[in-house]
Design a protein around this ligand. Structure first.
Ligand SMILES: CC(C)(COP(=O)(O)OP(=O)(O)OC[C@H]1O[C@@H](n2cnc3c(N)ncnc32)[C@H](O)[C@@H]1OP(=O)(O)O)[C@@H](O)C(=O)NCCC(=O)NCCS
Length: 516
């Protein structure tokens, strides 16, 4: 049985009208034109039995009217077009339309083995053919846009085969070893590393921006309570959106670029305060205001726990934060740029980026990596657990990367940080890492699956007292610097990001059925 028209290319038989309004050659023109009027058609097909022998159209009737002949006497056979051109039912409507236009006809009878089976008009054919694609959809990009360059950036770059990434020329791992988060923020925003004086001025600029505006702070308990059954990021996303609205962020197309920069600074400064406030409210504690004496990383841990952290913990989390500030056109930064490219406000672009980062394939992995360690439990169970997971199609969280096909430099750096911090989980985590990499190489050969940033991120954050549900939010905190830098860069040289899709469904237009 032939598939229904919606599942294959349409033919003339799908769009022709039938049964056809016909006339006998011996009928009078008056009788035939009366029937045309009555049935609301522009032509009648003249038949001998079921064989078409001619066609009488509105154009023939105009010719007839001009002749002054008597329509009650004149016969159809005298005024019809004999042996009209016709179509077969299986013909392509686009080709049929081309023929019809070329010959100047308005109707084609449709014949099947000499018998009249229908009629199509130019209007019917155009309805179908005009909206058939006449130009290709565009260049095909690989699924997931893998390997496609979609824009330029001066913020940084990721070199997957070399296991190297940088922020504005500086090796990011080296920055994490030698600099503070504020220095790197300055570098990403202002384009260069600050001098001592510039650093202090930058910190002075940030300090007041960390304070949550009172009108937003007053609403946070409701936001935290309403969202307490979902992930913390949902509540935070709503809180940040509220703040952007309360502060009147405007579509950047309507404001000077300096306003956009100021909104970016404020966003990066206030996000740690908002995140930790939502966390504390969810766990029944009051938010802790930022401590003006503490720098970004120490203040982050302070606002989370209410206690000033040991310097080695603050430094460890700072190194993690620096290493995750930016990473090329990753999914969330690209999302931010897509939204920014529409001229929307910075708040909308950041909210979209938070959503993209929350996914387990992007920033949602570190807590799941620790969940995996919990599920394995003891080193002796590692091989069996990992094999079972991979053979059942599960993804090992904290392993694999779209760009890195060798060691992720962030993972190497964070393993070092974890070793420096020590702790009961370290040896077990290293054992599981080693077994995961070996088993992935065996069961997924050629895929080059190594540890990514998320694996040791979880280990480090756990060691410095960041609760598991704050792992991804902590990533949001540092990556907001990258996102906003990308938004500002996009705005400075914008073109709407609007690719094409290849439509892969059944052919349109499917006639809309009358409502039942
Ligand atoms: C990060 C990630 C999404 C990159 O994905 P990608 O470049 O699109 O790679 P694909 O999804 O095409 O995977 C390629 C192959 O490797 C496998 N693979 C990739 N990561 C894997 C993992 N962590 N565990 C098991 N198998 C994995 C896939 O199953 C696929 O196998 P197949 O060829 O038999 O189908 C992917 O590696 C992943 O899901 N990792 C786990 C989540 C994670 O740690 N995310 C944080 C990223 S920083």
């Amino acid at each position: 049985m032939a598939p229904p028209p919606s599942q294959r290319d349409r033919t003339v038989s799908d769009i022709m009208a039938h049964p056809v309004v016909t006339a006998d050659p011996s009928e009078t023109v008056a009788a035939a034109s009366g029937r045309m009027q009555e049935r609301g058609v522009g032509s009648v097909v003249v038949v001998d039995g079921d064989r078409p022998t001619g066609i009488l159209t509105e154009r023939d009737l105009v010719r007839f009217g001009a002749s002054g002949a008597d329509s009650t006497i004149a016969k159809v056979s005298e005024w019809m077009t004999a042996d009209p051109d016709h179509l077969g039912p299986d013909e392509d409507p686009a080709k049929a339309l081309a023929r019809l236009l070329e010959k100047g006809y308005r109707h084609f009878p449709v014949e099947d083995e000499g018998k009249l089976v229908g009629i199509v008009s130019a209007r019917d054919l155009m309805r179908i053919s005009q909206i058939r694609p006449i130009t290709p959809a565009g260049l095909d990009a690989p699924k997931g846009l893998e390997g496609v360059v979609v824009g330029e950036t001066e913020i940084g770059d990721v070199r997957g085969m070399e296991g190297f990434y940088h922020y504005r020329q500086y090796n990011a791992v080296e920055l994490a070893e030698k600099r503070t988060l504020e220095d790197v923020w300055h570098l990403v925003y202002r384009g260069y590393l600050p001098t001592r004086t510039e650093r202090e001025a930058f910190k002075d600029e940030i300090r007041p921006l960390r304070v949550i505006p009172p009108e937003v702070k007053a609403l946070l308990p409701s936001v935290a309570i309403l969202g307490r059954h979902g992930s913390l990021l949902n509540g935070f996303r709503s809180a940040y959106s509220l703040l952007a609205g309360a502060l009147g962020f405007q579509p950047w197309l309507d404001v000077p670029i300096d306003t956009l920069r100021a909104e970016g600074m404020l966003t990066c400064a206030v996000i740690p305060s908002l995140l930790t406030a939502i966390y504390r409210l969810r766990t029944g504690d009051d938010p802790v205001d930022p401590d003006p004496e503490l720098d970004y990383a120490a203040n982050y841990l302070y606002m989370l726990s209410g206690k000033r952290p040991p310097p080695e913990h603050a430094r460890a989390i700072e190194q993690y934060l620096i290493s995750t500030v930016d990473h090329g056109f990753n999914s969330s930064s690209f999302t931010a740029r897509v939204i920014a490219s529409t001229g929307a406000d910075l708040g909308s672009a950041v909210v979209g980026a938070i959503g993209a980062l929350s996914g387990p394939l992007h920033g949602g992995a570190p807590s799941r990596a620790l969940d995996m360690l919990d599920a394995i439990g003891v080193p002796e169970k590692a091989d069996e657990w990992i094999r079972n997971a991979v053979t059942h199609g599960q993804r090992l969280m904290g392993f694999g990367h779209r760009i890195y096909k060798t060691d992720d430099p962030r993972s190497v750096m964070l393993r070092g940080v974890a070793e420096r911090l020590g702790g009961p989980m370290l040896d077990f985590a290293k054992h599981v890492e080693e077994r995961c990499v070996a088993i992935l190489a065996e069961l997924k050969p050629g895929r080059n699956l190594y540890t990514n940033v998320e694996y040791y991120a979880g280990v480090v954050m756990d060691r410095v007292g960041v609760p598991r549900e704050m792992f991804t939010p902590t990533f949001v905190s540092s990556r907001s610097i990258g996102w906003t830098a990308h938004i500002i860069e996009q705005a400075a040289d914008n073109r709407l990001i609007r690719p094409n899709a290849r439509y892969a469904g059944p052919p349109p237009p499917e006639p809309v059925p009358a409502a039942g």
